[in-house]
Design a protein around this ligand. Sequence first.
Ligand code: SF4
Length: 349
Amino acid sequence: MSTPAAPLAPPLRVADLRQRLRALGAKPCHEDRVLRSWLQAAPLDSGAKRRRAEDYLPLAVRADLPALQADLDGLATVQSEHPGEDGSARLLVALADGQTVESVLLPRDGLCVSTQVGCAVGCVFCMTGREGLLRQVGSAEIVAQVALARARRPVKKVVFMGMGEPAHNLDNVLEAIDLLGTVGGIGHKNLVFSTVGDRRVFERLPHQAVKPALALSLHTSRADLRAELLPKAPRIDPEELVELGEAYARATGYPIQYQWTLIDGVNDSAAEMDGIVRLLTGKYAIMNLIPYNTVSELGFKRPAWEKATELARGLHRRHILTKLRNSAGQDIDGGCGQLRARSLADPSQ
Ligand code: SF4
């Protein structure tokens, strides 16, 4: 009889780190001090300034700092780094169990983090969606992506738009947002929760102490096409999604950023532009048109830049605040999940 495989340890959460410190006698202010040092990418047990701060920590906590630092360092490590021509850089990040996720250093002090290994939404144009969900990324692992990035350059904005659907890992993502928006020192509207739309998000976000900005992946104004493109997204019609978004935008005072991956011959028609105008006229919203990053394995094409520019101009003329954006690092497997897929196919990369 074969022995059943040992269950995998759940991914580490910020709450676990706090619990470890508390068990050593730390008070909440001590916990915050230690977590702040981590998030500032300052080693916990070196440097004169640090030592002065440590003097205020309980002895048992101070004694544990080298071991804690080693554990934090092991949460996420850079497996490979791919600078792009636009000032961005893609990091392939290895987690402690060997799984990999992608983080992207964005121009102007931004960072895009991953919240799941794989993703269950299965968007037909996305490499990450092809894998299905492999595991959740713990809140401490999400925060570790920020600490890793800050060891390279300042991070003043974090977007939750990497691999995974944040709404499917809500507790971990909200815990990470809470830490980043408090001891992490990131302005709340500079934390951007990106989702295909899930009712749990609209129920919970308005009650959070740290309320992030919201990006909603719309991609089409047609409910039937949306069900084809995002086969496992919750069934919420575009009209209802926009209404839910509008309520959150009015409650927080930040506009909703609608994401529209522009795919040649799929959602770049005049009828779709009419649909955007119908949905967003008078709404507190920004429409981001993002020309698709062609992947040879998937059967979709990027529209010509001239056409995308014309569509954005047309929406502007019709009073829809529209931005035409390239996904960062076009020249380096710019679409979500492409870097991981390439590294799995060829581990030497
Ligand atoms: Fe998941 Fe986002 Fe990819 Fe869709 S686009 S499958 S939500 S990671």
